[in-house]
Design a binder for this molecule. Structure first.
Ligand SMILES: *Cc1c(COP(=O)(O)O)cnc(C)c1O
Length: 222
């Protein structure tokens, strides 16, 4: 595996190609869970600013070590209520809000001196049991709860479709896109986070504006 900084230009080229075919603009979130701070540093010096982490303690340690770089951190892991305080105090974005009980906890813990916390609602269009994400018909209520909080800023949706065959995955991405279009009729939202190392080009062709990529950028996780 090459150094992460060296895989970035080729990956950005593939993202830009897919985005231009789709007629959209797409950002890269570098998913750094299980990767050492040195690898994050290498990517940051190659120009990458946005990083995603799943596990709170691991993320906080990296944020402390890399504070001087002023990176944009996204929390993308399962969100329990006891994590809301640190997520709201330390991250720029949280992508995994999937139930109303989390909303006042995040809003109440967002420090007054910081910009509002950017929020994506995680939606589970396949209604897989045991997985994070709300059902599509729960999105409207959750969106209203977030939009009512001045310390939170509703930005859109996040989804992690099941690893199925390509046609099923395409259908899942398209279903998320439809929920996003409905949300956009009511709110000023701009971010559809879907697509990972194995399927980001497919996700972009179905409307993703933010792709979350770990392995294809850093190599295998430790
Ligand atoms: C780990 C993870 C990713 C990145 O997965 P890769 O297959 O390594 O690109 C993206 N999104 C979420 C929510 C993840 O947990």
């Amino acid at each position: 595996m090459q150094a992460p900084g060296s895989t970035l230009p080729a990956l950005l080229g593939r993202i830009a190609g897919a985005a231009s075919r789709a007629g959209s603009q797409v950002r890269l979130l570098a998913v750094s869970k299980g990767q050492p701070t040195g690898a994050i540093r290498a990517l940051a010096s190659a120009g990458q600013r946005a990083f995603g982490e799943n596990y709170l303690q691991e993320a906080l340690a990296k944020m402390d070590a890399l504070a001087a770089l002023a990176l944009e951190w996204h929390f993308i892991g399962r969100l329990q209520s006891n994590k809301c305080r640190d997520v709201a105090a330390r991250f720029a974005w949280v992508q995994s809000v999937d139930r109303p009980a989390l909303v006042p906890l995040l809003a109440g813990a967002r420090p007054a001196g910081m910009k509002p916390l950017n929020v994506l609602l995680q939606v589970n269009v396949e209604r897989e049991a045991g997985k994070g994400g709300c059902a599509p018909d729960a999105v409207a209520q959750l969106a209203a709860a977030v939009a009512a909080e001045p310390r939170l800023r509703l930005r859109g949706l996040m989804a992690i479709p099941a690893p199925a065959d390509l046609e099923q995955r395409r259908a899942a991405f398209a279903a998320v896109r439809r929920v996003f279009e409905e949300l956009r009729e009511r709110y000023d939202v701009d971010t559809l986070s879907m697509g990972m190392s194995e399927d980001f080009e497919l996700a972009i062709s179905e409307g993703a504006t933010l792709v979350r990529i770990g392995t294809a950028l850093f190599g295998p996780r430790t």
